[in-house]
Design a protein around this ligand. Sequence first.
Ligand SMILES: *Cc1c(COP(=O)(O)O)cnc(C)c1O
Length: 375
Amino acid sequence: MDIQMVDLHRQYLRLKPEIDQAMQEAIGSCSFINGAQVRSFASHLSEYLGIPFVIPCGNGTDALQIALMALDLKPGDEVIVPAFSYVAAAEVVALLGLIPVWVDVEEETFNLNVWQIEAAISPKTRAIIAVHLFGQCCDMENIMRIAEQNHLYVIEDNAQSLGAEVIYSDRSRKKAGTIGHIGTTSFFPSKPLACYGDGGAVITSDSWLSERIHMIANHGQQQKYHHKIIGCNSRLDTLQAAILETKLPHLEEFTQARQSVAKRYDDTLANHPLWIIPQRMKYSTHIFHQYTLRIPEGESRRDALQQFLKEHGIPSMVYYPLPLHRQEAFYGWARNGSVLIHAERLAQTVLSLPIHTEMTDEEIDYIIGTLNEFK
Ligand SMILES: *Cc1c(COP(=O)(O)O)cnc(C)c1O
């Protein structure tokens, strides 16, 4: 058995005829930058998400940077970010001379603790970056309410949750990334909708913001060689757009494939004394970008389990081994908005299992069997 965290090769082989044809067409057009596929992919993604503006860009980190630049914040303004997360959101906040304010996450969901957001707001707070970690959305209904009451912008970092849905208390639903003022995503090869290199997008339903975002991603110009605002150069290339356009119609099927792996894990791994399975919240669907166990006994038991799996040919990953407020890069550049106990604890207890669109029942059973052998 050859078990991978994410099996890009098997997925490629399954989709090979469509992908190869799309690549050939893109290469044949020689329109490598801003080709027709970039526009048509953006319009198909906007249809899928049900949001008017999708602006493709170079990667998910650029998308976050462009989103923040579009909001026209001032150096020293504060932006609330989760302390347990991927670094990108906090990094671009600091890069733009803004102050990341760490807020703790909930242990059960890995996502921002809504009540601690409220406590972290100061007169300098301008925005919240809600990262939908591992495939499940933050509690967006409450986050939007707090943002409105305090006149804050909300950016949703949707790199890990494209296709997930927020479920409102009246049962209505909205796609993740379409609820805040701006949403961002990444098409990095391991993400839910992935290309074969770097790619990203910024999405919004606000036409004023969408114009600014377009300009910022393109050197601050609308008309060539007329630069209205300071921008950057961030593009999705035509080849990547062609791949994404081919894969987008498969996104729902990719999600269902991962959800059925998660269901099998849930059914057999629940109620075990050594680990806690991921919790599903009623305010969001879960697309299981990661299937992340918690090992409450802590780091040494978690690491022993990881080693045991490795010896049996099963990869696993610690996302993330060091909370952001403990990262050297941010010393002196950030403020603690709350006590960060859960961020600290998760770094010592999380372990993500293999989950992807191509997993066989045999592989899942082998992983479950091996986990159950661990003493
Ligand atoms: C991957 C990821 C990013 C960054 O995306 P890149 O395309 O690698 O720049 C940002 N935020 C989160 C939560 C991610 O998982």
